[in-house]
Design a protein around this ligand. Structure first.
Ligand code: FMN
Length: 408
């Protein structure tokens, strides 16, 4: 167990409402019953999570054009209303990489999940298990993969960043095998970091550095702070204890800052393919050429993704690229999709344009910040209900029936 008193401060912005105080004191489900859409969860998370971490969640890189395009382009796609079709029996279940899932949705890898809510990775993985969908653990998680494997007991997906220290990468892959992870999600779009202005301004660090602004920020979120006192960890669980030489929090943070590898290339993908015997998913593919290369490299699936608008600002929205990628490689490998998915209607749009399933990032983390495990469960349930109703109103009874015909 590692715990350090936080140290970067920020000006508090939200007001702690009575509902928040009650929600923080109880296990939160009652408070969550009033949440009707992902935006409700977002507003609750904004009030409950310290600003430094809420901003980290919300931000895109630079001018945030790509971040906005992801949602805006999804919203522009209109669905075809169908009537007089018997849709009483509907089924949202499908398979992803041969795995039966209750919904065509998986939880995306999110760094610092345990800073949105204490032990956030364990809670999100549990909620995903109960809902019957995959959870992806980020390399940059606060809980370690062993923490989650032990606490949840159901295989999850592990997301890998290839770092300069290839020995460490190999060790991570071996740990993911030992933790019985059911797929490896290799992220290929973060060889250098796109700048997020808010994180620079807020002095984001893990654990938060204690400056007066951060202390005020954290003090204005007493429920968050109280829960953090009993958190398993306060730093990157997958990395701590494995950084050569030192094991101090600062040593781990410095090591991470210098480990993203700009030399990352297709031969590294071949190497990962050779040491990972299970399902391999390449995440961060945004054009046809790279999609073809991913297929040739032996990936079982790709995630059409621009990292939620957090990397190349000015890149196209993911939904605008999905159809041509689907046309090029859709018959060879499974296509997963992410970026801007905030509703069941968005899931329907992505499936209609060729995705097998969607990864959701911010949509579930808003739930996590709003109410821990129950909040994630609420987010997934909102998406499930919206998808089910959207299927009914487009005359679709099961996920296999969703294709271009549900679009106008
Ligand atoms: C706060 C945050 C942290 C993220 N951390 C990671 C990460 O550690 N690894 C990764 O592959 N992608 C990461 N992503 C990208 C997501 O996996 C996903 O591609 C993106 O969130 C999808 O967009 P959406 O948030 O609009 O659903 C992160 C995204 C956010 C918002």
């Amino acid at each position: 167990m590692e715990r350090v008193v936080p140290t970067v401060l920020d000006v508090p912005t939200g007001i702690v409402t009575l509902a928040d105080a009650i929600g923080a004191a109880s296990a939160a489900p009652q408070f969550l019953k009033g949440m009707t859409c992902i935006e409700d969860l977002r507003q609750a998370a904004r009030r409950r999570v310290p600003r430094v971490f809420f901003d980290y969640l919300e931000s895109g890189s630079y001018a945030e054009q790509t971040l906005r395009a992801n949602s805006a382009d999804l919203e522009r796609i209109t669905l075809k209303q169908r009537v007089l079709v018997d849709v009483e029996q509907r089924d949202t279940a499908t398979t992803i990489l041969g795995e039966r899932v209750a919904l065509p949705v998986a939880l995306a890898p999110i760094g610092l999940g345990g800073m949105q809510w204490a032990d956030g990775e364990i809670l999100a993985c549990r909620a995903a298990k109960v809902a019957g969908i995959p959870y992806t653990m980020s390399t940059m998680s606060i809980c370690s993969m062993e923490d989650v494997a032990q606490a949840v007991g159901k295989p999850f997906w592990f997301q890998l960043y290839v770092m300069k220290d290839r020995g460490f990468v190999r060790a991570l892959v071996e740990r993911a095998l030992a933790a019985r992870c059911s797929a490896l999600v290799l992220t290929v779009d973060l060889q250098v970091l796109g700048q997020r202005h808010a994180d620079v301004r807020n002095g984001l660090s893990v654990p938060p550095a204690l400056k007066p602004r951060t202390i005020l920020d954290i003090a204005s979120r007493p429920g968050w702070a109280a829960r953090m006192l009993s958190a398993k960890r306060w730093t990157f669980g997958n990395l701590a204890g494995h950084v050569k030489g030192e094991d101090s929090i600062k040593a781990v943070a410095d090591w991470v800052a210098h480990q993203f590898d700009a030399t990352l290339n297709w031969s590294d993908v071949d190497w990962i393919r050779s040491i990972w015997p299970g399902k391999l998913i390449l995440k961060g593919i945004l054009n046809v050429d790279d999609a073809r290369s991913a297929s040739k490299a032996g990936a079982d699936a790709i995630v059409v993704s621009n990292h939620g608008g957090r990397q190349l600002d000015g890149a196209p929205s993911t939904i605008s690229m999905l159809p041509r990628i689907a046309e090029a490689v859709g018959s060879e490998i499974e296509l997963l999709f992410d970026g801007g998915v905030r509703s069941g209607q968005d899931v329907m749009r992505a499936l209609a344009l060729g995705a097998r399933a969607c990864l959701v990032g911010r949509a579930y983390v808003y739930g996590l910040g709003a109410g821990g495990e129950a909040g994630v469960a609420t987010a997934i349930e909102i998406l499930r209900k919206e998808l089910s109703v959207t299927m009914a109103l487009t005359g679709t009874r099961n996920v296999e029936e969703i294709d271009g015909r549900v679009l106008n």
